[in-house]
Design a protein around this ligand. Structure first.
Ligand SMILES: Cc1cc2nc3c(=O)[nH]c(=O)nc-3n(C[C@H](O)[C@H](O)[C@H](O)COP(=O)(O)OP(=O)(O)OC[C@H]3O[C@@H](n4cnc5c(N)ncnc54)[C@H](O)[C@@H]3O)c2cc1C
Length: 446
């Protein structure tokens, strides 16, 4: 046994899973990617995380940090390296009742958070699914059902505790290591392992939530009407449109407007939601009052062999009509990917641009395409997808890190405009000069 492994076994109180162990098969993979790491380490304490980081640094093996394991590029695993799987660091604790301050372990999932906060009438703006990790979603953004009212998940972070590449524990907040605090709100897992986040939660009631469906043939008018309405709608309304889903009819798939109205006043909700119902011929409407925790979906992991190709970009107000027209045209073709458009204005746009490393605050919408299937089908879809994005290119900009399957230099440049990247590089040099944390949309130390 190497001396690094001996030291690890001496200092580490968590689980060490290696090939041949009964748990290895499930522990080796992240939700969306297979892997064959040499060691999966499951720390139970901050000290364990320190020991695990020192082990990875000493061995120079490739390091994956796994939060909820839902990252699309499969950063949560690797071949032959070390995985630090944070799933045992999943506590959710209200630490200040008056300020609604909640401390959340770096390996918790959003379903666990929503369920723990519900009895206290609290919630945190997160994403749309139970099983997604607090770590990955928050460190890069966090666009969920309360985004227009309460901002991105990262806008609600008050402080974090990290283990950096040297194995030190540091605090990051507006007073301690403020530049690191800036960087971890948008810069992903580049700067260390977040062992705990302090979030400011928000009082929540039950919310009006569901889907209003329209015929595919009305896509162009429904999409434009939806975007125009959201521009002036109250922030309590967050909404997403999904259409052209190949598994629901492709060109004939209904246009589904998902609606979350953050409140339980029926009259007010109707007033705010009814203009959406008037956008076209409603073919389905299941809006109902629900506990916030029940709005989060239970994703089912994809069958083995199914691959995803996900791309996205942001749209500012002036380009909205053009982009929606292109998407409405594309939807009618047999080779269209599934298309989703999320509203990301409201509270997100009111945070100053330089306040966090998330750089796309002025966008009104985010457009995302999803191609899924066995590898040959996904490969065959590439040219059509490239053609769609070529048409969109003059009218869109940037990218949201959490909805990308790839991690090319082009992707990194789209996520981080040059000035943001430069500032992140300086933080990286200080906290991870050897680029130990590289399995992410990577900020290079130089
Ligand atoms: C079914 C599904 C639904 C989704 N819905 C939404 C949504 O509604 N809104 C949205 O914004 N996004 C959504 N996403 C995207 C999601 O935000 C990303 O996939 C995110 O990276 C998942 O985080 P994770 O911790 O589960 O993944 P992981 O693969 O574990 O981690 C992703 C990245 O974050 C790093 N990381 C994770 N935790 C930590 C930590 N504690 N400290 C340091 N680094 C860490 C990892 O090293 C890795 O680089 C969804 C994804 C899926 C699969």
């Amino acid at each position: 046994m190497s001396s690094a492994l001996e030291t690890l076994r001496r200092d580490f109180g968590g689980g060490i899973i290696e090939s041949g162990d009964t748990e290895y098969e499930s522990a080796s993979r992240s939700v969306l990617a297979p892997g064959s790491p040499a060691h999966v380490l499951r720390p139970r304490s901050v000290e364990d995380v320190q020991a695990a980081v020192r082990f990875a640094a000493r061995t120079r093996l490739s390091l994956s940090v796994r939060g909820g394991g839902h990252g699309f590029p499969g950063f949560g695993t690797n071949d032959g390296g070390v995985v630090i799987d944070l799933s045992h660091l999943a506590s959710v604790e209200i630490i200040d009742k008056e300020r609604h301050l909640v401390r959340i372990g770096g390996g918790a999932t959003w379903g666990r958070v929503a369920a723990a906060l519900a009895p206290h009438g609290l919630a945190i703006s997160s994403g749309d699914s139970n099983s997604v990790g607090v770590g990955g979603l928050t460190l890069a953004g966090g666009i969920g059902w309360k985004v227009r009212k309460h901002g991105l998940a990262l806008d609600n972070v008050a402080a974090a505790e990290l283990v950096t590449a040297s194995g030190q524990v540091v605090q990051a907040n507006t007073a301690d290591n403020p530049e690191l605090f800036w960087a971890i709100r948008g810069g992903g897992g580049n700067f260390g392992i977040v062992t705990a986040f302090d979030f400011v939660a928000h009082p929540t009631t039950e919310i009006f939530f569901g889907t209003i469906a329209f015929p595919a043939s009305q896509a162009a008018t429904v999409l434009q009407g939806w975007a125009d309405y959201l521009r002036t709608a109250p922030d309590e309304l967050t909404s997403t449109v999904a259409f052209a889903n190949p598994f629901a009819g492709g060109p004939e798939a209904p246009v589904e407007i998902h609606v979350a109205f953050d409140g339980d006043d029926q009259q007010l909700a109707a007033q705010v939601i009814d203009p959406i119902r008037r956008l076209g011929t409603v073919t389905g409407d299941n809006i109902a009052l629900k506990p916030y925790a029940d709005t989060l979906a239970d994703g089912t992991p994809p069958s083995p062999g199914i691959q995803f190709m996900i791309r996205n970009a942001f749209v500012v107000q002036e380009s909205v009509p053009e982009v929606l027209q292109i998407l409405a045209d594309v939807r009618a073709s047999e080779r269209s990917p599934a298309i989703t458009v999320r509203s990301v204005g409201g509270a997100v746009s009111r945070v100053p641009n330089h306040a966090t490393a998330y750089a796309h605050r002025q966008a009104e919408l985010m457009v995302m395409t999803t191609t899924a299937g066995p590898k040959p089908a996904v490969e065959a879809a590439r040219p059509a997808l490239a053609a769609i994005w070529e048409r969109l290119a003059p009218h869109v900009s940037g990218a949201y890190a959490n909805f990308l399957t790839s991690a090319t230099e082009q992707d990194v440049a789209a996520i981080y405009p040059a000035k943001t990247y430069q500032r992140l590089t300086a933080v990286k040099r200080r906290y991870d000069p050897g680029n130990l944390f590289a399995r992410n949309h990577n900020i290079r130390p130089q």
